[in-house]
Design a protein around this ligand. Sequence first.
Ligand code: GZL
Length: 313
Amino acid sequence: GLALATLLASPVLAQSGMTVGFSQVGSESGWRAAETSVTREEAKKRGIDLKFADAQQKQENQIKAIRSFVAQGVDAILLAPVVATGWDQVLEEAKDADIPVVLLDRNIETKDDSLYLTAVTSDQVHEGKVAGDYLVGQVGSKPCKVVELQGTTGSSPAIARKKGFEEAIAGKSNITLARSQTGDFTRTKGKEVMESFIKAENGGKDICAVYAHNDDMAVGAIQAIKEAGLKPGTDIMVVSIDAVPDIFQAMANGEANATVELTPNMAGPAFDALEAYKKDGKEPPKWIQTESKLYTQADDPKGVMEAKKGMGY
Ligand code: GZL
């Protein structure tokens, strides 16, 4: 009767009862680890049974995971696509099984956008532009040789963040992008590549700034700059993207200059869209855009770092 109906309607028991498969890239960065923990939290809050698969940054493992989710007959699939191409075949199989797919934090290149319900991502070109505009503002008319640590080759953020940064420095004849190489979004690779840039550029003395597609590679680069006897944040400016706690620690130490925030909570909007779609067939927009915000040393880095610790980090 009424009592039961009231009970079932209560938030505690408003269980969506969905089973969702999540094909995650891996755990290459602090941001990625936070996205995974927030996704688990969001699923738990909603009573969603989350099947988690870590691909160790390999596309073939993601394709295998999607096939196994289809075989299990999950209600929906979350996919954070490690690279942008090569998804049509396996997403066709999910579509044939009537299983909606939501893309998280990265995009795919496909001619058929019916292969996914929606993509929950930031505007990654804009992120690169914000980072570049910050550097342009800091440098003024001074000559500045920049080196770039790219994200995973072929991933949508690596392609887009490079594009946005180059748009920002286009036409600035005093700013040159001298070297650019992938650090695969990891601290270790970021440090290794920065060491090679330093060796190639007069012990780093000729480098004015490093632009890293994520904070983890920037933290690796900071280590390399210090080991070369130079001061990160002053001898070589450090600009990156994600806004993870460790970059705010570096800013508080004066060792990093700016970061562009990326929320780790892509799953909240994804689950909301899936529940609306499942309940009454409501089609979400093809792109659910998350915010991008610039943080610099002037923005209370210690305070922001503390606040971040409650947000999945
Ligand atoms: C961007 C996301 C990137 C993060 C990195 O949306 O795909 O992947 O910026 C992570 O930290 O490796």
